[in-house]
Structure formats: C-alpha cells, structure tokens
Design a protein around this ligand. Structure first.
Ligand SMILES: N[C@@H](CCC(=O)N[C@@H](CS)C(=O)NCC(=O)O)C(=O)O
Length: 280
C-alpha cells in the first residue's frame, strides 16, 4: 500500500495505542505535520502487512505487523515506536537536544516498552475487552465508520484472539497491576530530589515513554492531551476506575499528567474522526 500523501508523513496507527501516542507526542512536539491512517486491532492484519512489507519488528509483545508505522516524506517505512523516535530525533534535533542523550535513557525507554506498556494494556483490556459497549465506542471514536462497522461484526472473534495473544487472564492482570504500581513508585523515587525530568534536566524519550505507556491507565482525556479517545473514567468497570483514580493521586501520575499538559505539543493536522471534547 503506498503512501497516499507523497512527500508528507503518514502514521499508521491503532489510534488509542499508547505506543502510537509516544510517536504522536514526538511529532507534535517537533512541530511536524502528519496524516494518520487508523486501523483497529485484528483488522490491522489486513492492512499493515502491505505497509511494512518485508520489514517490521516482531518482539515479545507484538507482531511484525504492529503499529505505530511511520511512512516518511522520503518514502521510508519505519516500524516500532522507539525506532521512529530515534529517526525523528536524529533528523530534526541537534545532538545536544537528542531525545536519547544517554544509555540510561535508552535502557529505561526499553524497559517501559517491554514491561510497563504490556502491563497497562493488559489491565485495560482485562476490564474492557468483554464489554461491547466500551469496545464499540472505542472503535467508533478511533476509526472511520466502515472499519468500525466491520470491527463490530468481527468482535466476538477479535476479543478471543486478543485475550489469547495478550495473555489477558485474572492472574496476569493482577501481576501486571503490581508491576505498574512498582513502576510508579520507582518514578516517584527518582523525582524525589525535586528534579523535573528523569534525566538531563530536560524532556527525553524516557519521560515521554513513561507518560504514555504508564499514563494510559489513568485514562487521560483529549482535553488532558491524549490524542485519541479513551473510555471516560465514569464509564469503565468500577475496579478499573478505582485504579485510574489511585494512579491519578500518585505523585508519578500527577507528574505524567503535567508532562501531557506542558510538554506534549499541539497537533497540526487534525485526525478524523475528530476528537470530540465530549464524545457520544
Ligand atoms: N514494540 C512495539 C510495540 C507496539 C505494539 O505493541 N503495538 C500494538 C498496539 S498497542 C499493536 O499494534 N499490536 C498489534 C500486533 O502486534 O499485531 C513498539 O514500540 O512500537
């Protein structure tokens, strides 16, 4: 599948994905306009293989057809959130402003990619995957009408596939929750000397990575800066709402939300469907 917007950036995304949000944050912060091509989970298998072709990175938590995938203005296709951020940082930022200024930053971002991202995702799905009213709204607000319609038809199949692929069981969800709180506590410790950012006194990939991969479990809204529709706290399973509130009260959670407020950057080309302030 070719880039419909030659000479411009196109981001192929499962819109609500926190890995995708890392890349949107980077693009928006750098002031780079991009088009976003939305795919929904499982349906992406019919689309992304034609975009990544032979490339694409499989890892322990995702297939080689996973999103985000960035098609660049020069015709390159780059998969994997961190690889895309490296590309953008190397291309647009002077070395002294790099998003990856040290091995420590690289290591922490990788750790979040491998552990925190899958943990928060598993908890969200554990409480949402079996609730069609939540999943259908997620589809309606994060993809076009035709795709959302097909998603609903395939929903019984897709929720089984996803539950299996992402190991969504009660035992795994409980373990993941412990991991998330531990990660939040670690961040609070790191910030306890009063620093504003994790490293270097400025925003790096490690901060963006925690805010997105850890922060999604607070269910940040569009107004709070998350560039996709997530189910509102007052509509989700009460247990999930309780977790989101606990994380919002946590120092690390408050810090992540402050990064969204102050360092997220503004999107230049709005995506469709438009993100409504009060979704229906
Ligand atoms: N390590 C990858 C993980 C991305 C990832 O897990 N993406 C999910 C969305 S949250 C996905 O597209 N999954 C579908 C698949 O693995 O086929 C990255 O950082 O880009």
């Amino acid at each position: 599948m070719h880039n419909q917007h030659k000479g411009e950036y196109t981001l192929t995304s499962i819109r609500f994905s926190h890995y995708v949000e890392k890349v949107r944050w980077t693009l928006d912060r750098l002031g780079i306009p991009y088009h976003e091509r939305y795919v929904l989970p499982v349906m992406h298998f019919f689309i992304t293989p034609f975009i990544v072709r032979g490339s694409g990175h499989r890892d322990s938590q995702s297939t080689r057809f996973s999103t985000p995938i960035l098609s660049t203005d020069e015709g390159q296709v780059i998969a994997k959130s961190t690889a895309i951020m490296h590309y953008l940082s190397d291309r647009y930022l002077k070395k002294e402003y790099s998003l990856f200024p040290s091995q420590d930053v690289i290591n922490l971002d990788n750790q979040f990619n491998e552990n925190l991202g899958p943990a928060t995702r598993r908890i969200l799905y554990y409480y949402s995957l079996n609730k069609p009213e939540i999943m259908f709204k997620l589809a309606d607000n994060n993809a076009g009408a035709i795709q959302a319609g097909v998603y609903k038809l395939l929903y019984p199949l897709s929720r089984r596939l996803m539950a299996k692929a992402l190991e969504i069981t009660q035992a795994e969800a409980e373990q993941s929750l412990e991991h998330v709180f531990k990660a939040y506590d670690d961040i609070e410790d790191r910030l306890s000397d009063g620093r504003q950012f994790l490293f270097e006194n400025r925003l790096t990939a490690a901060d963006i990575s925690f805010a997105c991969l850890g922060g999604i479990l607070m269910l940040p809204t569009v107004q709070e800066g998350y560039a996709a529709y997530l189910p509102p706290i007052n509509e989700v399973d009460p247990k999930l709402a309780e977790i989101a509130h606990q994380l919002r009260d946590h120092k690390a959670g408050q810090w992540a939300l402050s990064l969204f407020r102050e360092y997220r950057g503004q999107r230049i080309l709005p995506g469709k469907p438009l993100l409504k302030a009060s979704p229906n």
